[in-house]
Design a protein around this ligand. Structure first.
Ligand code: PEP
Ligand code: MG
Length: 589
């Protein structure tokens, strides 16, 4: 059994499919005879051609599904691939050093790595990532281990077994290209709950485990494998007993997911009729459709940085406006909360001139970048206010730490509205503005924050990592980023009480909103607006429908008396079992 971090719940028993990285092979391999160089070069050229064809297909598909701007990153990859410099370098390494094409490719990549290692600027680091991505793609064509194409891959030599991707890491372009493939589980060696693999897995509702060190050394393509995304466990070549145990859970899980969706058109309410709003967290236009499919009543969090991550320059006001307009028009009830740019931390773009920082999560990120770039900020605020004409739109500011920051933001929003009005540009004057409470300082001073905002959205992912001083993406300290903990619940209760006392609408949009045990407590503490990955909405809807308000209040009251995470987990697991023994299967016990 291999232990990692469960990043998307559920269980699957399937067969492994290794996603090779061209950088993965350590020892260089030499040609057996000098005359093999010609054939090796031909094989390399073929792999480049196939990779180019794959990228062209990807550009078409992404442009169609997410808009032309989202495909820009792949255009760049195609340019890199067509760079004669890269190709001739590999050709000469094959000829002169008598290396196989794959080893030559690796060596060329290593050359780039050492060249770039001396440069600190984020821009060059990002370029290196693009190069790495392209070289991996060529490498996977060379080894014949490219990603399964749509419609293939579910068939394996073991019959009709589901495919589990196993990779060192999933690169951004891979996450995109895997978007619609028939994958039933994901396991990676690196990455945490917010990695590309995790986001992909959650948006598709498939089990995933990240941070499984060394898994690539022990698994071969075709190996039977169990992925338990609730517990963060992976079993390679399980025995018969393990296989049948996990198959049973998997069957229950699938069955449950189907039955849970049956009430998607009914409003979400507790057993005694208390109404709750279940909203969706989305990252792009494709996610909006998942939100409607599961019965979300609106978009509670649109992370706009994903639009910026796929561009090679700041998207223009028109581009942003068109994209946000489409998001709003396609959102359930045309209701969407659009969050302004939350870059930094693990999400960087080269064009903002971000430099290397020893502690990026504590550094120049989010609203801090935004406030230093007035043009960037005004462009996005204008686009959001204009998109507000097409539905019920709210604008949300991430990572606010102080009242001074909030006052500055509010002033800029007001000036932007005034300018739009003066220019006669159509915009919505009723767009509400809100603050993400995800920095402990803002939580502690919530009373002051509430005087300057229309609504609150609690970003528990960040709030937890900052409260316990533990990087949320670092598997070494993942155990500390535990939502079921006394400190978190006390802070949350404080925020919820302050909001409810003043009648300020409050949503919680971190991952814990979609986790059954924490959702029970949050409801008991008075939370009525939950925003989560669309895949979790059916579970939470059915769970809250099985509990009365008074019951949940009792649970919350009890949890607040407990002093360790273990006690809280044990207590809530028992309550979850009582409330809904079937839903328990969707969460770790
Ligand atoms: C959060 O911090 O809880 C949140 C929802 O935002 P993100 O995960 O994008 O930081
Ligand atoms: Mg956050």
């Amino acid at each position: 059994m291999h232990k990692g971090v469960g990043v998307s719940p559920g269980v699957v028993v399937g067969v492994a499919f290794r996603v090779e990285s061209a950088l993965g092979q350590a020892e260089p391999r030499y040609l057996e005879r000098p005359e093999d160089a010609g054939a090796e070069i031909a094989a390399f050229d073929r792999a480049v051609e196939e990779a180019a064809g794959e990228l062209e297909g990807l550009i078409r598909r992404v442009a169609q599904e997410l808009g032309p701007s989202a495909a820009e990153i792949f255009q760049t990859h195609l340019q890199i691939l067509n760079d004669p410099g890269l190709l001739s370098r590999v050709h000469s390494v094959i000829e002169e050093q008598q290396l196989t094409a794959l080893s030559a490719l690796q060596q060329v990549m290593q050359g780039y790595v050492s060249q770039f290692a001396r440069i600190e600027q984020e821009y060059f680091r990002e370029r290196l990532n693009d190069l790495r991505d392209v070289i991996s793609r060529i490498g996977s064509h060379l080894t014949g281990s490219r990603e399964p194409a749509r419609g293939e891959g579910t068939e394996s030599r073991d019959g009709d077994q589901p495919v589990v991707l196993v990779a060192h890491e999933i690169l951004p372009s891979q996450a995109m290209s895997l978007g619609e493939m028939p994958i039933a589980g994901i396991v990676t060696e690196v990455g945490g709950t917010t990695s590309h693999a995790a986001i992909l897995a959650r948006s598709r509702g498939i089990p995933a485990v990240s941070g499984v060190e060394g898994i690539m050394n022990v698994v071969a393509s075709g190996d039977p494998v169990v992925v338990d995304g609730r517990e963060g466990h992976v079993i390679v070549r399980p025995n018969a007993e393990e296989t049948s145990f996990y198959r049973k859970i998997q069957r229950e899980f699938f069955h449950l997911k189907d039955s849970l969706i049956a009430n998607r058109d009914e409003p979400a309410r507790s057993l005694d009729g208390t109404r709750v709003e279940l909203l969706a967290n989305i990252n792009n236009l494709a996610d909006v459709h998942s939100a409607s499919t599961v019965g979300a009543t609106g978009v509670g969090l649109f992370r706009t940085e994903y639009l910026f991550l796929t561009h090679h320059n700041v998207p223009s006001e028109e581009e942003q406006f068109e994209y946000y307009k489409q998001i709003v028009l396609n959102s359930p009830n045309q209701t969407a909360t659009i969050r302004t740019l939350d870059l930094g931390g693990d999400k960087t773009v080269p064009y903002l001139g971000k430099r290397y920082e020893p502690n990026p999560f504590m550094g120049w990120r989010s609203i801090r970048i935004f406030l230093e770039n007035p043009k960037l900020m005004v462009t996005q605020i204008r686009a959001i206010l204009r998109a507000g004409k097409y539905g019920k739109v709210s604008m949300l500011f991430p990572m606010i730490s102080t009242l001074e920051e909030l006052k500055r933001v509010n002033k800029i929003v007001q000036e932007t509205r005034d300018n739009l009005k003066r220019e006669g540009v159509p915009y919505a004057d009723d767009v509400k503005t809100g603050v993400m409470v995800e920095v402990p300082a803002a939580a502690i001073c919530i009373d002051a924050i509430l005087r300057e905002t229309n609504f609150i959205s609690i970003g528990s992912n960040d709030l937890i990592q900052y409260l316990v001083a533990s990087d949320r993406d670092n598997p070494k300290v993942a155990h500390l980023c535990e939502p079921l903990s006394p400190a978190i619940f006390r802070v949350l209760q404080m925020i919820l009480d302050a909001c409810n006392r003043t009648g300020t609408p409050v949503t919680l949009c971190g991952e814990m909103a979609g986790q059954p045990r924490s959702a029970l407590v949050l409801f008991g503490m008075g939370l009525r607006r939950f925003s989560m990955s669309p895949a979790f909405i059916p579970t939470v809807k059915n769970l809250l429908g099985a509990v009365t308000t008074a019951q949940a209040e009792r649970f919350a009251h009890h949890v607040l008396q407990l002093s360790t995470s273990d006690e809280i987990r044990a207590y809530l697991s028992a309550r979850l079992r009582e409330v809904s023994s079937t839903l328990e299967v969707l969460d770790a016990v």
